[in-house]
Design a protein. Structure first.
Length: 283
């Protein structure tokens, strides 16, 4: 892959060139063009060590089915930055996948992504929940922040499915209210914001209120700003980002970056690619 305009830059232009390349890499990842994303991040690494570029390269390789190479680059990122939670989390996720599938797999089917709209906070209509009774780490390694979640009521429990796989049960404190509203006709959409082998967090948004539920608020307690965050460019590319993202900058978010992760609004585009998430662009 050629970079004709960028290759002309030298000396004091290095920072600008790397910024341009990072934006290109994020754009390629957001569009699901993983070979181009990998090439662009390799170009960035020609300038010297860069943990963010290593994370993005690892994500690209993962999406291309190159699990062994992806893990190697996450390990390099972690060696460069021992506090790199994105790399640490994804090394563990890849370990689970590689135990099952080996160093390489076929490129994964494109996962269904949640609508951007559900990640934008709206008082009373948007909330978040942790999942309990999680699926195995191997199964969870196949889903990422930003993936759509289907909520399935069964008796007094509200199950969560992603990419056709049951990944857990919505925590009781949230499920109890939603089950009543669902029974009376409300509809909800949901998506993964962060995940690990021991915790998964989802965001839930009311998308239809049945007239029978007029005046009933789906999420009575206003959500904290740290729990519900708007998208930024490339947000879901932080693995697991995003990814998620992770993806998350607080202690309770022990995975996903990318699309590994819903990120705070102040996160930059380059950081946003780190944690997996995937091909959602800024609306």
């Amino acid at each position: 892959m050629a970079f004709p305009e960028i290759e002309k830059g030298t000396g004091g232009n290095t920072v600008r060139i790397k910024r341009q390349l990072s934006e290109m890499a994020i754009g390629h990842g957001a569009a699901g063009r993983w070979p181009e994303a990998a090439d662009t991040n390799r170009k960035i690494l020609e300038f010297g060590p860069d943990p963010e570029a290593e994370n993005r390269l690892a994500k690209s390789l993962w999406e291309m089915g190159e699990l062994g190479d992806a893990r190697e680059h996450y390990q390099i990122a972690l060696a460069l930055d021992p506090t790199n939670r994105i790399a640490e989390r994804n090394i563990e996720r890849l370990r689970a996948l590689m135990t099952e599938a080996g160093d390489k797999t076929a490129a994964p089917d494109k996962a269904e992504k949640a609508s951007v709209a559900i990640f934008v906070e709206e008082t009373g209509k948007t909330g978040f929940a942790m999942l309990t009774d999680l699926a195995s780490p191997r199964l969870l390694a196949h889903v990422n922040p930003g993936d759509a979640v289907e909520l399935i009521p069964e008796g007094n429990r509200l199950f969560a499915e992603a990419n056709g796989q049951r990944i857990g049960i919505v925590e009781p404190r949230v499920a109890a209210r939603l089950l009543k509203l669902l029974a009376d006709g409300n509809k909800y959409s949901a998506g993964i914001t962060s995940l690990g082998d021991r915790d998964v967090r989802i965001v839930i948004r009311e998308i239809f209120q049945d007239p029978r539920n007029y005046g009933k608020v789906s999420f009575p307690t206003a959500a904290r700003s740290s729990d519900l965050r708007p998208y930024t460019k490339g947000t879901l590319l932080r693995e697991e980002e995003l990814m998620e993202e992770e993806l998350e900058d607080d202690d309770e978010d022990d995975e996903i970056q990318d699309l590994d992760r819903v990120l705070p609004a102040e996160v930059t585009g380059e950081e946003a690619f780190e944690d997996d998430v995937d091909e959602v662009e800024e609306p």
